[in-house]
Ligand binder design. Structure first.
Ligand SMILES: [Fe+2]
Ligand SMILES: [Fe+2]
Length: 272
């Protein structure tokens, strides 16, 4: 998908869901397993705005194209949270400001330490950090897109499939932007390739695992990526990651025995 950072600011948009019959979720309720996944996804999308906080203290802030992208990306992801909140409205699952504030408060000292830690490490690394950031973003956007796709496939609920399809179209654009930036920056620098490979292998974990309870991440990963269909998705994700310069054979999502997906989450990871 050929889309540049400069043109994305004109393309970023609120999802038009005026024709979505959210009341249909009362007539045909979603399964408890799907609702549990959607609650996780809604919390993560609503948390996205917190990641620019951690990234604007790194060398990523120096590139105005990257900061413009982050601005529009956070806007779209925030609105994804709003759309998913409407899906969760029928079964009365808590969303909205009070809920979001409680989720953030529950993160405690880790949340306060994150931007300090990231600022120190990223500024020591310098401009090659931006490659790590972009590759990390690509991995998370690929994972998020795959998660929505698998949820629609498992649930077979026409309204949910429609809603998730609208979100996935925007996630596809996020993927294109992150992956293009990652590819360009990794191609330019052997040091960026080494750092990115190290950072992903050492610190990456499924999207949202740093803020959601471990049991919730385990459920989400097991429900969406378990079984033969899930194994195929895991392999597809790794194939995409391996096509990024310097990441061939990384086996990040499922290829190694210590994989966070096949053996459970370990550390935090930002939103897609
Ligand atoms: Fe999203
Ligand atoms: Fe996204």
């Amino acid at each position: 998908m050929a889309i540049e950072l400069d043109s994305y600011k004109h393309a970023a948009a609120k999802i038009d869901d005026r024709d979505v019959d959210y009341g249909g979720f009362r007539d045909r309720p979603l399964s408890p397993e799907a609702l549990r996944c959607l609650r996780y996804m809604c919390d993560i999308e609503s948390h996205t705005v917190c990641y620019p906080r951690d990234l604007l203290v790194t060398p990523s802030h120096a590139d105005p194209r990257v900061t413009t992208f982050l601005t529009m990306w956070a806007y779209e992801e925030y609105l994804h949270g709003e759309v998913l909140a409407k899906v969760l409205d029928a079964p009365d699952i808590p969303t909205g400001n009070a809920h979001i504030a409680a989720v953030r408060a529950g993160l405690g000292w880790r949340d306060r330490w994150a931007p300090i830690q990231q600022a120190l490490a990223a500024n020591l690394i310098g401009v090659d950090f931006v490659a790590v950031h972009m590759a990390w973003g690509a991995v998370n956007e690929w994972s998020t897109h795959a998660g929505y796709s698998r949820l629609a496939e498992r649930e077979q609920h026409p309204i949910l499939t429609d809603v998730l399809g609208r979100l996935m179209r925007q996630e596809t654009r996020h993927i294109a932007l992150y992956a293009t930036q990652a590819r360009d920056r990794l191609l330019r620098s052997a040091r960026a390739r080494r750092l990115t490979r190290f950072a992903l292998r050492r610190f990456w974990a499924p999207v949202g695992s740093g803020m959601m309870p471990r049991a919730e991440t385990t459920h989400l990963v097991g429900y969406l990526l378990g079984g033969p269909a899930g194994a195929t998705v895991i392999d597809q994700l790794d194939e995409r990651i391996h096509r990024l310069p310097g990441l061939d054979g990384l086996g990040l999502v499922g290829g190694s025995s210590g994989s966070p997906v096949r053996s459970g989450p370990r550390r935090g990871s930002s939103s897609g």
